[in-house]
Ligand binder design. Structure first.
Ligand code: CA
Ligand code: CA
Ligand code: CA
Ligand code: CA
Length: 605
C-alpha cells in the first residue's frame, strides 16, 4: 500500500523554480513528507520533487566572544514564514521569534550551554529540536579509531545512516604508502569507517589486499539510493574485501597484486553496503571490466585504474549511483539504481561508441540539471552526458584537474561551467554554457593549469569571479581582468555573514580583498588530507545554518575536528543540503582530486 502511494506521489508534477522565498533570496522549492516505504522505515521528504533527507534542525552552539552563537537549519520543507524560538535549557531566551535568519547570539552565556530551537508557525510553537551540539572551543571533535600508526584520516562524507535526521560520518583511511597510479609499490589496505557525531563507531569495511590505496582508486558514495530513509555506501570492491559485518566478498585468500603492487588481474566488484551495519547488501561485477590493460593508455596499470564516482538524479526524482572508468583515453560512465536488494545497471556511456568523447574527462566530475528538464547531467571535464546516458556535448578541450559548475553568471539563463586545461594546445581556462558547452570566454594557454576556481568571492563585481594557477589576474563574468588574484586556488566555504564565499585552503579560511586577503579562521591542531592538494576531509553545510562547516583530522588522527562559524548573520537560506545539486556535490566531493560543492543558484543574487 505505502509503496503504491509513494509511486503516485513521485509521478506528480512538481513546481520547479518557484517556491520558498526566504529573506531577500529565493531558496529551494518547499517540499513535503512522503509516507515511509515500510512501517519501520523513517520518512523521506521531497524538495523540488526530488527525494531528499529528512534532516533535523542540526542545532549547534559555537563559542563566539563572551557568548554562544546558536545556529540551526531552515529546511526545504519549512513553510514560508516559519520563525523560531530559542531555548537555553528550559528557558526561552528570544523575546520574539527569530525571523529572517536561523542564528541567535546568546551574549554572556557560559561556554557549553545547551540549546534547543522550536519552530513557530502561524503563532503556534512546534516541538523542540534535538539539543545543540557544543562547539565550546569553536569546534566539535568526533573521536575516530586509527587502524594503525601508518594511517591518516583521508576523505570523509556524510549521510543519515540510521534515519534519525542526524548525519553520521563515513571516513576513508589511507596508509602512508598510498600511491598515485603512476607510481609502483605495494600499498597497505584501505579502510572505510562510519561514526556517529559522538564518535561511536558503527562499523569498519576492510577493502582488502586487492584494492590499492591512492587518490584514484576508492571513490565512495554515501547517499540514500533506495529511498528507505537511510543512506547506503557504495564503492568498488574485490576478492578479500571484508564488509562491516565481517563477511568476506569473493575469495578471501586470493592475492591478485603483481610485483609492482598493481592489481591487474582478478574479479572487480561494485558493492553497496548497508549504512547501519556496513554489511554488503548488493555486489555486482564492476562495469566496465578492465579488459586489455593497454587499451586504456598504458600497459603498466596506471590509466586502466582511473576511477571516479558520483550521485545523480537521472530520473529527476530518485538518486542513481554513477561510476566512471578512464579519462585519458577510453571513457566509460555507468549509472546504477538500487532497488530493494538489487543493484541494476541503468545505462552505460562508452567513448568507444560515442566517438569523439575519449580523453575529455577530468580528475573529478560535477552533477547538475543543465538543460532544465529536471533530470541531472554528468559534467565530466570537457564533456557532458545527458540523463539518458548519451553524449550531450563535447567541446574537445580535453582533460584537466578542476572544474566548477554553478550559476556563475547570474545574468545569463541557466548554469555555467568553468574549467582549467592541461594541454598546451588548449586554452588555459574557459567559461562555457553548461547546457551546450559553448565557450563564452577563455584565457591564453598556460600548459598544465592545475588549479582553478570560479565562485562569487567579491561583492565588487556581480556573479562569480574566476582565477587559476597559470593566470595572473582575477576575472569577472565576462573574462575581463578585475584585480589581484586570491591567495589560494583550492576550496571555498561560506563562513562570514554575507553571501559571497570565502577561500578555504590548507587549515585556514580567508576573505578575499582587493589589496589582500583577511584571515578569518586558523584551525588549530589539525592537518590537511591529500598531500599537495591540501584539502579538508570534508567541507559543506553539514550542521547549523547555511554557512559551511569544515572537517579536518587532528594531527594525531584521533578525531575529526569540525569547525562551524562563530559569526552572526542577518541572512537566511534553506540548508544547502536541501539543494539537490549542492547535496550531490557534497557526495562527489571525495572523488579523486576533491573539489568544493556548488549551489544550483547564486546566493548573492
Ligand atoms: Ca543519523
Ligand atoms: Ca537507503
Ligand atoms: Ca537535465
Ligand atoms: Ca552550516
Amino acid at each position: 500500500m505505502a509503496r503504491g502511494r509513494r509511486r503516485r506521489l513521485w509521478g506528480r508534477k512538481w513546481p520547479i523554480g518557484t517556491g520558498l522565498v526566504i529573506g531577500t533570496v529565493v531558496g529551494v522549492v518547499a517540499g513535503m513528507v512522503l509516507p515511509a516505504a515500510a512501517a519501520s522505515d523513517p520518512p523521506v521528504v521531497t524538495v523540488g520533487g526530488r527525494q531528499m533527507e529528512n534532516l533535523d534542525r542540526g542545532v549547534v552552539a559555537v563559542r563566539s566572544g563572551n557568548g554562544n552563537l546558536v545556529t540551526w537549519r531552515l529546511l526545504g520543507t519549512d513553510p514560508s514564514g516559519t520563525a523560531f524560538n530559542v531555548y537555553r535549557g528550559d528557558s526561552k531566551i528570544t523575546s520574539t521569534p527569530v525571523t529572517g535568519s536561523t542564528n541567535y547570539l546568546d551574549a554572556g552565556a557560559a561556554a557549553g550551554a545547551s540549546y534547543t530551537v522550536r519552530a513557530v508557525r502561524n503563532g503556534a510553537e512546534q516541538a523542540p529540536s534535538v539539543p545543540s551540539l557544543s562547539f565550546a572551543g569553536g569546534y566539535l571533535d568526533v573521536p575516530i579509531s586509527q587502524p594503525g600508526s601508518q594511517y591518516a584520516a583521508n576523505d570523509a562524507s556524510v549521510g543519515d545512516l540510521d534515519g534519525d535526521g542526524q548525519y553520521e560520518i563515513v571516513l576513508k583511511w589511507d596508509p602512508a604508502n598510498a600511491k598515485d597510479n603512476a607510481q609502483p609499490g605495494v600499498t597497505d589496505r584501505v579502510f572505510v569507517d562510519a561514526y556517529e557525531l559522538t564518535g561511536q563507531q558503527l562499523w569498519r569495511i576492510d577493502l582488502g589486499r586487492n584494492i590499492r590505496a591512492g587518490a584514484h582508486y576508492t571513490q565512495f558514495q554515501v547517499f540514500d539510493f533506495d529511498g528507505d530513509g537511510r543512506a547506503e555506501i557504495a564503492m568498488k570492491t574485490a576478492d578479500a574485501t571484508v564488509d562491516g559485518a565481517g563477511k568476506v566478498i569473493g575469495n578471501s585468500s586470493a592475492d591478485h597484486r603483481n610485483a609492482d603492487g598493481y592489481v591487474l588481474a582478478g574479479p572487480e566488484y561494485l558493492t553497496v553496503f548497508d549504512g547501519r551495519t556496513g554489511a554488503a547488501r548488493a555486489t555486482v561485477a564492476y562495469e566496465p571490466p578492465r579488459g586489455t590493460v593497454s587499451a586504456w593508455g598504458d600497459a603498466y596499470g596506471n590509466r586502466v585504474d582511473r576511477f571516479l564516482a558520483g550521485t545523480a538524479y537521472l530520473d529527476g526524482v530518485r538518486p542513481s549511483l554513477v561510476t566512471v572508468r578512464g579519462y585519458y583515453t577510453r571513457t566509460v560512465v555507468v549509472a546504477w539504481d538500487l532497488r530493494g536488494t538489487s543493484l541494476t545497471r541503468r545505462w552505460t556511456f562508452d567513448s568507444n561508441s560515442d566517438t569523439g568523447y575519449a580523453g575529455q574527462g577530468n580528475h573529478q566530475l560535477s552533477v547538475a540539471d543543465v538543460d532544465g528538464d529536471r533530470s541531472d547531467e554528468i559534467l565530466f571535464g570537457s564533456m557532458a552526458i545527458d540523463d539518458n546516458g548519451r553524449g550531450l556535448w563535447n567541446n574537445r578541450n580535453g582533460h584537466g584537474d578542476a572544474l566548477h559548475v554553478g550559476d556563475l553568471i547570474p545574468s545569463r539563463a541557466g548554469l555555467e561551467v568553468f574549467k582549467v586545461d592541461e594541454d598546451s594546445t588548449k586554452p588555459g581556462s574557459w567559461m562555457a554554457d553548461a547546457r551546450t558547452g559553448q565557450v563564452l570566454w577563455s584565457t591564453a594557454s598556460g600548459g598544465d593549469n592545475g588549479r582553478g576556481v570560479s565562485e562569487d568571492i567579491w561583492s565588487g563585481s556581480p556573479g562569480a569571479e574566476s582565477w587559476s594557477a597559470k593566470d595572473t589576474t582575477l576575472r569577472d563574468t565576462t573574462g575581463k581582468s578585475i584585480g589581484r588574484e586570491p591567495s589560494s586556488a583550492n576550496f571555498l566555504a561560506w563562513w562570514d555573514a554575507d553571501p559571497t564565499r570565502e577561500l578555504l585552503d590548507g587549515t585556514h579560511i580567508d576573505k578575499y580583498g582587493t589589496s589582500g586577503d583577511t584571515r578569518l579562521l586558523t584551525a588549530s591542531g589539525v592537518q590537511t588530507a591529500n598531500g599537495t592538494k591540501s584539502t579538508p576531509s570534508l567541507s559543506g553545510d553539514l550542521l547549523g545554518d547555511w554557512r559551511e562547516e569544515v572537517v579536518w583530522p587532528t594531527t594525531d588522527n584521533r578525531a575529526l575536528r569540525i569547525y562551524s562559524t562563530p559569526i552572526q548573520t542577518t541572512r537566511s537560506f534553506v540548508t544547502l543540503m536541501h539543494d539537490p545539486m549542492y547535496r550531490v556535490g557534497v557526495a562527489w566531493q571525495n572523488t579523486a582530486y576533491n573539489q568544493p560543492p556548488h549551489t544550483s543558484y547564486a546566493l548573492g543574487g
